[in-house]
Design a protein around this ligand. Structure first.
Ligand code: ZN
Length: 452
C-alpha cells in the first residue's frame, strides 16, 4: 500500500513536471548522490560511505551488498543524521569471525536512499575488490585466474601461475570440468602471514584453504618451498573448481572422488611421494580401505589418512585410465545434479561403489572385497557389503554445503618448518607436505612443537 502511494506521489510529481515544464529535471532528481566511497583495512573493516542530498529531508539510507558469485544479498541500515544533505556510513566489522571475508572477495554494493516525500533512489551497483592491503602484491593474470604474491621473484610467481594453468587444463581434459568463474590465488610468504590472513577460527595447522563460495585459494608458500607450493596450490585449486562445477543443494561428492581428483591433479602419472609408499604397502598386504569407507570423512589416524588420500588418487586415475575421461566427465555431471553415489556410478560407469571397488582391486591383483563376488550382480554385493545407512554417514558434506562455510572450505596442512620443527624426523612419512593431512596428526605436531 505504502509503495503504491509512493508511486502515486512520484506520478503526481512527474505530472506536475509535465505541467510546469522546466521543473521536470529537478523533480526527477530529488535525491542526488554527491559522493560515495569504500575504505577498507584487511581483517579490520570495510566501510562504505555516502554523501547525498535531496530537496526534502532524507529519512532512510540502506547499504546493500552481495558477494560476487553468491545469490544472497544483505541489506543494512546505514548510520546518518536525517537532513537534506547527509553523510551516511555502514561498516562491515572484519574483526568478527562471522563476518570474515578472504582477500580477493568481490562485493557488489548499492545504496537505497529515501526522502520524506517518499522518493526512493537506488544507486547503480558498484564493484569493490577487497584485498589484503598489508602487502604489495604482484600479479599475473589471464581470463581464468589471477595469482597474487608478494615475496619471491618473477619466476617464482610465473612458475606457480603456469602450474595453476596446467592444473586447470588437466581438470578440463581429464575430468571434464572447466572453470565457471575466474579464480584468485593468494600466495602468502610464510605460515605466519597466512594465519594472519585467515579467519581467527582457522586451525593453527592450516597451510592453505580453498574458499569455494568466494572463488579464492589462499596458501602459504615460502619461496624456498616452491615444490610443495606447486602441489598444494594445485590441490586446493582443484577442490575449488570441482565445487564450482558440482555444487548443488542436495549432496556433495563422495570424499574419495573430491580428494582423489585433487591428488591426481598434483601428478597425473604417479602418486606423489607422500602417498605412494603407504599405498603400495597397503596393496601388498591387501589392506586397502573400502571405497564405501572412503566416501565419508577421512580417518583421523595419520597413517590411514595418508592411505585414504593415496588410494583416492589411485582410484581416480584408475577411472580415467580404464573408463576414459568422457565417463569421468559424465560421472561428475551426474553428481552435480545431486545423485546418490551408487546411482551416479552405475549410470556413468556401469558399476556401483562395490563394483568399482572390486574392479579397482582386480587391476591391482587383489581379490574382491570379502563377502562380495566380482561376478555377482551389484545389488547382491551391495547388500552384503554395507548397512543401508552407510550412504547417510556423511551428513555434513552432503546436506547443505552452501549454508555451512566450513563445508565449503578445504584445508591444506601447513608445511610447518619455517623454524625447523624438532618433530619432523619423528613423523613416519617425512613431513606431511601435502594437502589434507588430518587434524589429529597436525594437532600432534603442534602439541609436540609446543612441548619442544
Ligand atoms: Zn583436499
Amino acid at each position: 500500500m505504502k509503495r503504491f502511494y509512493k508511486k502515486l506521489g512520484l506520478a503526481f510529481i512527474l505530472l506536475l513536471g509535465l505541467v510546469f515544464g522546466p521543473g521536470v529535471a529537478a523533480a526527477q532528481e530529488a535525491v542526488q548522490v554527491v559522493d560515495q566511497s569504500v575504505d577498507a583495512d584487511f581483517r579490520d573493516h570495510i566501510t562504505f560511505t555516502l554523501n547525498a542530498k535531496s530537496t526534502t529531508e532524507i529519512v532512510e539510507v540502506d547499504l546493500l551488498y552481495q558477494v560476487v558469485g553468491q545469490l544472497a544479498s544483505s541489506r543494512n541500515e546505514a548510520e546518518f543524521t536525517p537532513g537534506t544533505s547527509i553523510n551516511a556510513e555502514f561498516m562491515i566489522d572484519q574483526t568478527k569471525p562471522e563476518n570474515y571475508m578472504p582477500p580477493g572477495t568481490e562485493l557488489n554494493y548499492w545504496w537505497k536512499i529515501v526522502d520524506s516525500a517518499g522518493y526512493e533512489l537506488r544507486t547503480e551497483k558498484q564493484r569493490y575488490l577487497y584485498l589484503d592491503n598489508r602487502y604489495e602484491w604482484q600479479t599475473l593474470e589471464n581470463e581464468r585466474l589471477t595469482l597474487f604474491w608478494y615475496e619471491g621473484d618473477d619466476s617464482f610467481g610465473q612458475t606457480l601461475f603456469d602450474r595453476a594453468n596446467v592444473a586447470l587444463d588437466t581438470l578440463a581434459s581429464d575430468v571434464g570440468i572447466s572453470l565457471k568463474d575466474p579464480i584468485k590465488i593468494f600466495i602468502y610468504a610464510s605460515h605466519q602471514d597466512l594465519l594472519r590472513a585467515l579467519s581467527s577460527n582457522a586451525q593453527e595447522w592450516t597451510g592453505g584453504q580453498a574458499m569455494t563460495t568466494f572463488g579464492v585459494v589462499v596458501i602459504g608458500v615460502p619461496p624456498s618451498q616452491l615444490d610443495w607450493g606447486l602441489r598444494a596450490t594445485t590441490h586446493e585449486m582443484s577442490h575449488l573448481v570441482i565445487h564450482q562445477a558440482t555444487d548443488n543443494p542436495f549432496r556433495g561428492l563422495p570424499r574419495w572422488l573430491d580428494e582423489g581428483i585433487a591428488v591426481y591433479n598434483e601428478d597425473t602419472e604417479n602418486l606423489i611421494d607422500d602417498f605412494a609408499p603407504i599405498f603400495d604397502d597397503a596393496v601388498q598386504r591387501n589392506e586397502l580401505m573400502t571405497l564405501r569407507t572412503l566416501s565419508s570423512p577421512f580417518p583421523a589416524d595419520p597413517m590411514l589418512a595418508n592411505l585414504a588420500y593415496g588410494q583416492s588418487g589411485a582410484v581416480v586415475k584408475f577411472i580415467i585410465d580404464t573408463y576414459g575421461p568422457e565417463k569421468m566427465a559424465k560421472l561428475l555431471s551426474i553428481f552435480a545434479e545431486g545423485s546418490l553415489d551408487d546411482d551416479a556410478l552405475q549410470d556413468a560407469l556401469g558399476v556401483d561403489t562395490v563394483g568399482l571397488d572390486n574392479a579397482f582391486r582386480a587391476s591391482l591383483g587383489l581379490p574382491p572385497l570379502p563377502g562380495t563376488d566380482a561376478d555377482a550382480p551389484a545389488e547382491a554385493a551391495t547388500e552384503e557389503a554395507e548397512p543401508a545407512s552407510a550412504e547417510m554417514a556423511n551428513p555434513v558434506e552432503n546436506t547443505a554445503p552452501t549454508s555451512q562455510p566450513e563445508a565449503n572450505q578445504d584445508s591444506t596442512l601447513a608445511q610447518l618448518p619455517p623454524e625447523p620443527a624438532p618433530v619432523q624426523p619423528a613423523s613416519p612419512f617425512g613431513l606431511p607436505c601435502l594437502a589434507g593431512l588430518l587434524p589429529l596428526m597436525a594437532l600432534g605436531l603442534v602439541i609436540a612443537r609446543r612441548k619442544a
